[in-house]
Design a protein around this ligand. Structure first.
Ligand SMILES: [Zn+2]
Length: 310
Protein backbone atom coordinates (compact mmCIF):
# COMPACT_ATOMS: atom_id res chain seq x y z
CA UNK A 1 0.00 0.00 0.00
CA UNK A 2 2.80 2.37 0.99
CA UNK A 3 4.67 1.60 -2.25
CA UNK A 4 1.57 2.20 -4.39
CA UNK A 5 0.90 5.55 -2.71
CA UNK A 6 4.53 6.61 -3.12
CA UNK A 7 4.38 5.58 -6.78
CA UNK A 8 1.26 7.70 -7.29
CA UNK A 9 2.95 10.59 -5.46
CA UNK A 10 6.00 10.49 -7.75
CA UNK A 11 3.86 10.06 -10.88
CA UNK A 12 1.61 13.01 -9.97
CA UNK A 13 4.64 15.20 -9.27
CA UNK A 14 6.12 14.29 -12.65
CA UNK A 15 2.83 15.21 -14.36
CA UNK A 16 2.66 18.50 -12.45
CA UNK A 17 6.30 19.19 -13.39
CA UNK A 18 5.70 18.60 -17.11
CA UNK A 19 2.50 20.67 -17.04
CA UNK A 20 4.23 23.60 -15.33
CA UNK A 21 6.90 23.31 -18.04
CA UNK A 22 4.21 23.42 -20.71
CA UNK A 23 2.77 26.57 -19.15
CA UNK A 24 6.25 28.11 -18.90
CA UNK A 25 6.69 27.64 -22.66
CA UNK A 26 3.71 29.92 -23.15
CA UNK A 27 5.05 32.44 -20.61
CA UNK A 28 8.57 32.44 -22.12
CA UNK A 29 7.25 33.23 -25.62
CA UNK A 30 4.30 35.48 -24.88
CA UNK A 31 5.08 37.66 -21.84
CA UNK A 32 8.15 39.43 -23.32
CA UNK A 33 6.01 40.12 -26.43
CA UNK A 34 3.30 41.61 -24.17
CA UNK A 35 0.80 39.06 -25.52
CA UNK A 36 -2.07 37.60 -23.51
CA UNK A 37 -1.37 34.19 -21.91
CA UNK A 38 -4.77 32.79 -22.78
CA UNK A 39 -5.86 34.25 -26.09
CA UNK A 40 -5.36 33.27 -28.78
CA UNK A 41 -5.16 29.61 -27.63
CA UNK A 42 -2.06 27.59 -28.54
CA UNK A 43 -1.58 27.58 -32.28
CA UNK A 44 1.09 26.89 -34.86
CA UNK A 45 3.11 30.10 -35.34
CA UNK A 46 3.44 29.34 -39.07
CA UNK A 47 0.02 28.19 -40.29
CA UNK A 48 -2.00 29.44 -37.27
CA UNK A 49 -4.00 26.22 -37.01
CA UNK A 50 -4.97 25.55 -33.36
CA UNK A 51 -3.09 22.86 -31.43
CA UNK A 52 -5.43 19.91 -30.74
CA UNK A 53 -5.62 18.74 -27.13
CA UNK A 54 -4.03 15.37 -27.96
CA UNK A 55 -1.12 17.18 -29.63
CA UNK A 56 -0.59 19.21 -26.48
CA UNK A 57 0.62 16.42 -24.15
CA UNK A 58 3.94 17.63 -22.67
CA UNK A 59 7.07 16.02 -24.17
CA UNK A 60 5.25 13.05 -25.78
CA UNK A 61 3.34 14.98 -28.44
CA UNK A 62 6.48 16.56 -29.83
CA UNK A 63 8.04 13.14 -30.35
CA UNK A 64 4.84 11.62 -31.76
CA UNK A 65 4.63 14.51 -34.23
CA UNK A 66 8.38 14.11 -34.87
CA UNK A 67 8.83 17.80 -34.14
CA UNK A 68 6.55 18.94 -37.00
CA UNK A 69 3.21 20.74 -37.09
CA UNK A 70 0.37 18.26 -37.86
CA UNK A 71 -1.07 20.58 -40.50
CA UNK A 72 1.71 22.43 -42.30
CA UNK A 73 4.62 20.09 -41.39
CA UNK A 74 6.78 23.07 -40.43
CA UNK A 75 9.29 22.17 -37.70
CA UNK A 76 8.31 22.91 -34.05
CA UNK A 77 11.16 24.18 -31.88
CA UNK A 78 12.91 21.56 -29.72
CA UNK A 79 12.72 24.14 -26.95
CA UNK A 80 9.14 23.08 -26.16
CA UNK A 81 9.92 19.48 -25.17
CA UNK A 82 13.21 20.61 -23.57
CA UNK A 83 11.47 23.02 -21.17
CA UNK A 84 8.75 20.46 -20.37
CA UNK A 85 11.23 17.63 -19.86
CA UNK A 86 13.49 19.85 -17.70
CA UNK A 87 10.63 20.80 -15.40
CA UNK A 88 9.49 17.16 -15.25
CA UNK A 89 13.05 16.02 -14.45
CA UNK A 90 13.29 18.46 -11.56
CA UNK A 91 9.98 17.17 -10.17
CA UNK A 92 11.35 13.63 -10.28
CA UNK A 93 14.66 14.59 -8.68
CA UNK A 94 12.87 16.55 -5.96
CA UNK A 95 10.57 13.64 -5.14
CA UNK A 96 13.59 11.33 -5.09
CA UNK A 97 15.39 13.71 -2.74
CA UNK A 98 12.32 14.00 -0.53
CA UNK A 99 11.63 10.30 -0.32
CA UNK A 100 15.07 8.76 -0.28
CA UNK A 101 17.72 11.46 -0.04
CA UNK A 102 18.53 14.20 2.33
CA UNK A 103 16.84 17.50 1.81
CA UNK A 104 19.79 19.88 1.55
CA UNK A 105 17.93 22.75 0.11
CA UNK A 106 16.00 24.13 2.98
CA UNK A 107 18.34 22.37 5.30
CA UNK A 108 15.37 20.50 6.66
CA UNK A 109 16.84 17.19 7.53
CA UNK A 110 13.50 16.52 9.12
CA UNK A 111 11.93 16.36 5.69
CA UNK A 112 14.03 13.39 4.81
CA UNK A 113 11.12 10.94 4.65
CA UNK A 114 12.28 8.62 7.39
CA UNK A 115 13.65 11.34 9.62
CA UNK A 116 10.53 13.37 9.23
CA UNK A 117 8.38 10.48 10.39
CA UNK A 118 10.66 10.06 13.37
CA UNK A 119 10.77 13.75 14.00
CA UNK A 120 7.01 13.91 14.09
CA UNK A 121 6.94 10.94 16.44
CA UNK A 122 9.70 12.10 18.76
CA UNK A 123 11.85 15.16 18.39
CA UNK A 124 14.50 16.29 15.98
CA UNK A 125 17.41 16.16 18.42
CA UNK A 126 16.90 12.45 19.06
CA UNK A 127 16.81 11.85 15.32
CA UNK A 128 20.06 13.70 14.78
CA UNK A 129 21.69 11.96 17.69
CA UNK A 130 20.49 8.50 16.65
CA UNK A 131 21.27 8.72 12.98
CA UNK A 132 24.55 6.98 13.06
CA UNK A 133 26.27 6.11 9.82
CA UNK A 134 27.80 2.69 9.96
CA UNK A 135 25.75 1.52 12.93
CA UNK A 136 23.33 -0.71 11.06
CA UNK A 137 21.49 -2.02 14.08
CA UNK A 138 20.65 1.47 15.23
CA UNK A 139 19.62 2.52 11.73
CA UNK A 140 17.36 -0.49 11.46
CA UNK A 141 15.72 0.43 14.74
CA UNK A 142 15.15 3.93 13.39
CA UNK A 143 13.67 2.54 10.20
CA UNK A 144 11.31 0.25 12.09
CA UNK A 145 10.04 2.96 14.38
CA UNK A 146 9.45 5.31 11.46
CA UNK A 147 7.55 2.58 9.60
CA UNK A 148 5.44 1.98 12.69
CA UNK A 149 4.73 5.67 12.91
CA UNK A 150 3.71 5.74 9.24
CA UNK A 151 1.37 2.77 9.65
CA UNK A 152 -1.12 5.16 11.22
CA UNK A 153 -3.19 6.58 8.40
CA UNK A 154 -3.40 10.07 9.97
CA UNK A 155 0.37 10.31 10.36
CA UNK A 156 0.94 9.07 6.85
CA UNK A 157 -1.49 11.56 5.32
CA UNK A 158 -0.01 14.43 7.33
CA UNK A 159 3.42 13.48 6.05
CA UNK A 160 2.20 13.17 2.47
CA UNK A 161 0.51 16.55 2.68
CA UNK A 162 3.56 18.41 3.88
CA UNK A 163 5.89 16.53 1.52
CA UNK A 164 3.66 17.39 -1.46
CA UNK A 165 3.48 21.05 -0.47
CA UNK A 166 7.27 21.21 -0.17
CA UNK A 167 7.87 19.39 -3.43
CA UNK A 168 5.50 21.62 -5.41
CA UNK A 169 6.92 24.78 -3.84
CA UNK A 170 10.44 23.64 -4.60
CA UNK A 171 9.40 22.96 -8.19
CA UNK A 172 7.90 26.45 -8.54
CA UNK A 173 11.00 28.13 -7.09
CA UNK A 174 13.48 26.31 -9.30
CA UNK A 175 11.24 26.74 -12.37
CA UNK A 176 11.60 30.51 -11.85
CA UNK A 177 15.21 30.01 -12.94
CA UNK A 178 14.10 27.94 -15.93
CA UNK A 179 11.71 30.70 -17.00
CA UNK A 180 14.11 33.63 -16.49
CA UNK A 181 16.84 31.45 -18.00
CA UNK A 182 15.15 30.98 -21.36
CA UNK A 183 13.81 34.55 -21.52
CA UNK A 184 17.36 35.76 -20.82
CA UNK A 185 18.74 33.43 -23.48
CA UNK A 186 16.31 34.89 -26.04
CA UNK A 187 16.39 38.56 -25.12
CA UNK A 188 19.24 39.22 -22.67
CA UNK A 189 16.93 40.48 -19.93
CA UNK A 190 13.48 39.72 -18.52
CA UNK A 191 10.45 42.02 -18.30
CA UNK A 192 9.71 43.51 -14.86
CA UNK A 193 6.45 41.55 -14.58
CA UNK A 194 8.36 38.25 -14.68
CA UNK A 195 10.90 39.40 -12.08
CA UNK A 196 8.07 40.58 -9.82
CA UNK A 197 6.29 37.20 -10.23
CA UNK A 198 9.55 35.45 -9.34
CA UNK A 199 9.86 37.44 -6.12
CA UNK A 200 6.25 36.56 -5.23
CA UNK A 201 6.99 32.85 -5.81
CA UNK A 202 9.98 33.11 -3.44
CA UNK A 203 7.75 34.64 -0.76
CA UNK A 204 5.13 31.92 -1.22
CA UNK A 205 7.88 29.32 -0.76
CA UNK A 206 9.00 31.02 2.43
CA UNK A 207 5.42 31.01 3.68
CA UNK A 208 5.08 27.27 2.94
CA UNK A 209 8.33 26.52 4.78
CA UNK A 210 7.08 28.61 7.70
CA UNK A 211 3.61 27.10 7.87
CA UNK A 212 4.58 23.50 7.31
CA UNK A 213 6.83 23.22 10.34
CA UNK A 214 5.66 22.83 13.90
CA UNK A 215 5.87 25.95 15.99
CA UNK A 216 9.27 25.28 17.56
CA UNK A 217 10.88 24.64 14.19
CA UNK A 218 9.19 27.13 11.87
CA UNK A 219 11.25 30.14 12.91
CA UNK A 220 14.49 28.23 12.65
CA UNK A 221 13.67 26.80 9.21
CA UNK A 222 12.38 30.13 7.91
CA UNK A 223 15.55 31.79 9.20
CA UNK A 224 17.67 29.32 7.26
CA UNK A 225 15.52 29.93 4.19
CA UNK A 226 15.87 33.71 4.39
CA UNK A 227 19.60 33.69 5.10
CA UNK A 228 20.21 31.23 2.23
CA UNK A 229 18.26 33.54 -0.09
CA UNK A 230 20.23 36.59 1.02
CA UNK A 231 23.58 34.78 0.78
CA UNK A 232 22.63 33.55 -2.69
CA UNK A 233 21.60 37.02 -3.82
CA UNK A 234 24.91 38.42 -2.54
CA UNK A 235 26.87 36.52 -5.22
CA UNK A 236 25.41 38.54 -8.13
CA UNK A 237 25.39 41.71 -5.99
CA UNK A 238 29.17 41.42 -5.68
CA UNK A 239 29.27 41.15 -9.49
CA UNK A 240 27.14 44.29 -10.01
CA UNK A 241 30.07 46.38 -11.35
CA UNK A 242 30.35 43.92 -14.29
CA UNK A 243 26.62 43.52 -14.93
CA UNK A 244 24.47 45.71 -17.16
CA UNK A 245 22.04 47.73 -15.05
CA UNK A 246 18.94 46.12 -16.62
CA UNK A 247 19.89 42.62 -15.45
CA UNK A 248 21.01 43.43 -11.89
CA UNK A 249 17.70 42.86 -10.10
CA UNK A 250 17.04 39.75 -12.16
CA UNK A 251 20.50 38.37 -11.33
CA UNK A 252 19.97 39.01 -7.61
CA UNK A 253 16.62 37.16 -7.73
CA UNK A 254 18.26 34.25 -9.56
CA UNK A 255 21.02 34.25 -6.94
CA UNK A 256 18.36 34.01 -4.23
CA UNK A 257 16.73 31.07 -6.06
CA UNK A 258 20.11 29.37 -6.23
CA UNK A 259 20.63 30.09 -2.53
CA UNK A 260 17.40 28.58 -1.25
CA UNK A 261 17.69 25.53 -3.52
CA UNK A 262 21.38 24.76 -3.04
CA UNK A 263 21.40 25.32 0.71
CA UNK A 264 23.13 27.56 3.17
CA UNK A 265 26.74 26.52 2.50
CA UNK A 266 26.63 26.53 -1.29
CA UNK A 267 24.52 29.69 -1.50
CA UNK A 268 27.15 32.42 -1.77
CA UNK A 269 30.13 30.65 -3.40
CA UNK A 270 27.83 28.87 -5.88
CA UNK A 271 25.94 31.95 -7.04
CA UNK A 272 29.16 33.98 -7.25
CA UNK A 273 30.92 31.39 -9.41
CA UNK A 274 27.86 30.81 -11.64
CA UNK A 275 27.31 34.55 -12.08
CA UNK A 276 30.94 35.20 -13.05
CA UNK A 277 30.93 32.21 -15.38
CA UNK A 278 27.70 33.39 -17.01
CA UNK A 279 29.10 36.88 -17.42
CA UNK A 280 32.18 35.43 -19.12
CA UNK A 281 29.98 33.32 -21.42
CA UNK A 282 27.85 36.35 -22.25
CA UNK A 283 30.94 38.02 -23.68
CA UNK A 284 31.61 34.92 -25.81
CA UNK A 285 28.16 33.90 -27.08
CA UNK A 286 26.15 37.07 -26.44
CA UNK A 287 23.48 35.15 -24.48
CA UNK A 288 22.50 35.52 -20.82
CA UNK A 289 22.95 32.08 -19.31
CA UNK A 290 22.80 32.81 -15.57
CA UNK A 291 19.19 31.60 -15.26
CA UNK A 292 19.89 28.36 -17.09
CA UNK A 293 23.08 27.90 -15.06
CA UNK A 294 21.06 28.28 -11.84
CA UNK A 295 18.35 25.89 -13.00
CA UNK A 296 20.58 23.11 -14.33
CA UNK A 297 23.16 23.72 -11.58
CA UNK A 298 20.54 23.25 -8.86
CA UNK A 299 19.19 20.13 -10.54
CA UNK A 300 22.67 18.64 -10.87
CA UNK A 301 23.51 19.43 -7.25
CA UNK A 302 20.31 17.79 -6.01
CA UNK A 303 20.86 14.78 -8.27
CA UNK A 304 24.44 14.38 -6.99
CA UNK A 305 23.14 14.58 -3.43
CA UNK A 306 20.61 11.83 -4.15
CA UNK A 307 23.25 9.61 -5.73
CA UNK A 308 25.70 10.16 -2.85
CA UNK A 309 23.04 9.50 -0.22
CA UNK A 310 21.65 6.42 -1.97
ZN1 LIG B 1 1.44 24.65 -38.78
Amino acid sequence: MLTVLLGIFVFLLAVIGASVGSFLNVVIWRVPEKMSLTSPPSHCPKCSSPVRWFDNVPVFSWFILRGKCRDCKEPISWRYPLVEASSCLVALVVSWALLFGSWVGWNSQAFFWEDYALWMSSNAETVDANRNFGDEQKNEQLENSSLMFLSSEDNFLALLRSTSALAITWLLVVDVALMLGFVGWDRSFSPKSLIFTSIVVLFIALLVVFLINDSDKCLERSGIFISSAILGALGPVVCFPFLASNIRLESAVLGAVWGVCSGYYFAFPGSLILCLLSHFLYKKINRQVFGLAVFYGTTTLLLLECVVMA
